[in-house]
Write a protein that binds this ligand. Structure first.
Ligand code: PLP
Length: 229
């Protein structure tokens, strides 16, 4: 039986080119909504609060791949380390170190994306291109064997100026290419460009994104008043 979540999911998936994966961003939405998308075949879900993601993961099918897409607080890493499939949005070297430590305790290798600050807004987290280059050049990250740096993640400015959005996504793409060649040419795992949300994912894909994070276009608008945001 199809419901509106399944209809919207199918519609979006039909527009994604081969090779572009979908994270269904389920933050604030109930487990029933996630189960509907799961029943339609979706397996990757994104959440931005560790407690909420953990509670949901305890109830929902165990083959779901949970991507943490929020701001990573170091004291919350331990809670998700046993099960998280990917931590997107790592914005500091210290955070990589702590993820590595917690992954090691669980006997896991946790895939991580480096979040780049490519938007003009101050509020978005992440490395600047310069900071990230410096961190990679410095080289200590190579000793972190319980994480796998799998690519980059970014958010464009929240603007109607589509050229600006495209320029920001291109900046992310160019930085990915630079890193791939300079630091990760022997690492097949470094292959993900996570970019694009409901409002801008076609632009992100045109600029090379291969992982889109789509929430409201699948699940509807979020009601933050119903949760602790
Ligand atoms: C909420 C969120 C999304 C999804 O946003 P929509 O506009 O609902 O598609 C994508 N990425 C991040 C990092 C988010 O926090």
């Amino acid at each position: 039986m199809e419901n509106s979540i399944q209809t919207r999911l199918a519609q979006i998936k039909s527009t994604l080119p081969t090779g572009v994966e979908l994270v269904a961003v389920s933050k604030t939405h109930p487990v029933e909504a996630i189960q509907s998308a799961y029943d339609a075949g979706q397996r990757i879900f994104g959440e931005n609060k560790v407690q909420e993601m953990t509670a949901k993961s305890n109830i929902l099918p165990s083959d779901i791949q949970w991507h943490f897409i929020g701001h990573v607080q170091k004291n919350k890493i331990r809670m998700m380390a046993p099960y998280v499939a990917m931590i997107q949005g790592v914005g500091s070297y210290d955070t990589l170190v702590e993820i590595n430590r917690q992954a090691g305790k669980c006997g896991r290798v946790i895939p991580c994306l480096l979040q780049l600050h490519v938007a003009t807004e101050e509020t978005k987290f992440g490395f600047t291109i310069e900071e990230c280059t410096q961190m990679l050049e410095e080289g200590s990250w190579k000793s972190l064997t319980d994480i796998e740096i799998s690519g980059v993640m970014g958010m464009a400015s929240n603007t109607t100026d589509q050229d600006q959005v495209a320029r920001e996504f291109k900046m992310l793409r160019d930085f990915f290419d630079y890193c791939k060649e300079r630091f990760f040419s022997n690492s097949p795992a470094f292959r993900t460009i996570s970019a694009g949300m409901s409002g801008d994912y076609p632009i992100a894909i045109a600029q090379g994104s291969n992982l889109v994070r789509i929430g409201s276009s699948i699940f509807g608008e979020r009601d933050y008043s119903a949760t602790n945001k």
